[in-house]
Write a protein that binds this ligand. Structure first.
Ligand SMILES: Nc1ncnc2c1ncn2[C@@H]1O[C@H](COP(=O)(O)OP(=O)(O)OP(=O)(O)O)[C@@H](O)[C@H]1O
Ligand SMILES: [Mg+2]
Length: 278
């Protein structure tokens, strides 16, 4: 199969059934969360729940703090000199702001997919085998099983099963992105963070990846940043709008996707979803 043929995944849920389908059960809880990069306030005082098993879309204009919010959840902020996070942030029972947190263990619970596909410059198989080994899976058979399962989950298995030793970088852009999603899923994370995962792909390949994300509903919690409002509406259960106001990103509104798109409570949300602002 190539990018032009979409894998058959779980059926799409009509808009009115989304969010309602999954009971609000917070997996990530942010309370008064603020992130500063030195003197720059990336976002301020964000209180937001990300519900388990659901797809939550983070939307908003450039520079409003969406990527920064994701980077608090997997502690990529640790790698940015001058980044300071305050407030409260929890993943289930885990205090994500605790300086003693085992960040390696955390990254097993929190998967990340970036805008540009970034497979390791290794074989397709090694892209999945490596994280499994690093996280202590010693049995070769178990690693092979986990690899097959992850590749099946992203609709890639039939495309690559006969060339697992080929370089991952020889795959098409869309296939590379699905491999990166498989690499994140192979560790069975509780939450998958995705930062504009379709925007560097051509529309067909982006559509395949979008279908794949929609098919993850109920299996893993997904927090996806997207500039594509139609996509947010198509795939998410919950949506949150960030906006830069008074020199800092702020959460304007968060709710079930149908409410955000059809009956927003904030004028800014209404203007944004109708394409009049942002
Ligand atoms: N590493 C960094 N150092 C300093 N400032 C940063 C850094 N990363 C982001 N910022 C600033 O923080 C603010 C939020 O940026 P962020 O990248 O989170 O926005 P975004 O909503 O993801 O934007 P986009 O839609 O363009 O990706 C911006 O003012 C940005 O310039
Ligand atoms: Mg960003």
């Amino acid at each position: 199969m190539n990018d032009n043929q979409r894998p058959s995944l779980d059926p799409w849920l009509p808009l009115q059934e989304r969010a309602a389908c999954c009971e609000p059960r917070p997996l990530v809880r942010a309370r008064g969360l603020t992130l500063r990069y030195g003197p720059t306030l990336a976002f301020d005082d964000v209180t937001l729940d990300v519900h388990a098993g659901c797809i939550t879309a983070l939307v908003g204009p450039s520079g409003c703090g969406k990527t920064s919010f994701l980077s608090c959840i997997n502690r990529l902020t640790d790698l940015i000199p001058g980044a300071r996070v305050s407030g409260e942030l929890r993943l289930a029972d885990l205090d994500l702001l605790d300086p003693r947190l085992d960040v390696i263990a955390l990254r097993r619970r929190v998967g990340m997919v970036f805008q540009k596909p970034n497979p390791f410059p290794l074989s397709i198989r090694r892209n999945l085998d490596l994280p499994l080994r690093e996280h202590g899976m010693r049995s070769r058979t178990r690693r092979a099983d986990a690899t097959e399962r992850a590749l099946r989950n992203v609709g890639l298995w039939d495309e690559v099963k006969d060339r697992l030793e080929s370089p991952a970088l020889a795959l098409s852009g869309g296939q590379q992105q699905r491999l990166c999603i498989a690499r994140a899923l192979v560790l069975e994370p509780e939450i998958l963070l995705m930062d504009e995962p379709c925007s560097a792909l051509d529309p067909l390949a982006g559509g395949v990846v979008e279908d794949l994300i929609a098919g993850l509903r109920g299996r893993v919690t997904v927090l996806i940043v997207t500039h594509n409002l139609a996509q947010a509406r198509r795939i998410s259960d919950w949506a949150a709008l960030f906006w830069k106001q008074e020199e800092a990103g702020r959460l304007v509104e968060h709710g079930a996707v149908r409410q955000i798109f059809e009956t927003p409570t904030q004028e800014l949300t209404a203007a944004y979803v109708r394409g009049r602002r942002g």
